[in-house]
Design a protein around this ligand. Sequence first.
Ligand SMILES: [Zn+2]
Ligand SMILES: [Zn+2]
Length: 298
Amino acid sequence: MDTVIHVPTPFQVGAVNSYLLGDTLIDAGPHTANALDILRKEVDFKSIKNILITHGHVDHHGIAFYLKKVSNCRVFVHKDDFLAVSDFEEKLLMNLEKYKEFLENAGIPREIILGFERFYTNYRRYGENCEAETLEDEFETVMGVLKVIHTPGHTPGSCCFLLGETLYSGDTLLSHISTNPSVHALFDERCGLKTFQRSLERIQGLPITEVLPGHGKKIEDHKKRIQEILEEHKKRREKVINCLKKDPQPLLMITKKVFGEVPISEIILALAECYDHLRVLEKEGVVTSSDSYFFSLP
Ligand SMILES: [Zn+2]
Ligand SMILES: [Zn+2]
């Protein structure tokens, strides 16, 4: 049996689920005093030999560098998320520049961009660069061989781990919130709605009886949950199309109509998701754009 540790995070998403399989930890949590307290209570650090990171987001890997220091364990992540873990700070700042450029181009007022920048640079506090190795197709643990299933979308290197009929799904499949596949897609073609949907369809076909996600409760009926998510995507897509029924609209207006007013912490999520839908619709010939941020129905 694995042990689940609910590692607290300072983020909106709530605690991260870290799973202990003998001497191997799946995901670690962010680098905060609270996270460390909980991990220390639940895990004998000296006994950890490996940490597997489901994807390169700081709520999942931030404290790995510290655990590696105290336990001398090895840390593994998919090659496409490698830099997000090993070069955490630089990658974070590089991404910030790209987000800012996108927000400027989308016509977001300067003070909101500055607010976003302050919020985003804060992430630096929750992790440090961690020396890592890349995951292979399989990983041997004391509880059996884990199959590494590459499920890009949310990030380019997102992975799920299959042990028997149990799937450890990271943020790729969650029970209570919808995963955002669109933010990384702003500058990385290996992510986005379409890729993410393919990853979900791949999971749908796996012979699994339970899914243990990176946040929230376990999922008993993964096929049903995936169907729900795909339906949500469809509904959002219809909403985006409906915004354009009367007049052509800039991305910012479309986003406001679809999501209403959103807090600064979520502005990039909302804009990126609408933009992702619009680009898919454009490729399908459903929508046209006069410049990249102004859309209409043909
Ligand atoms: Zn994530
Ligand atoms: Zn997460």
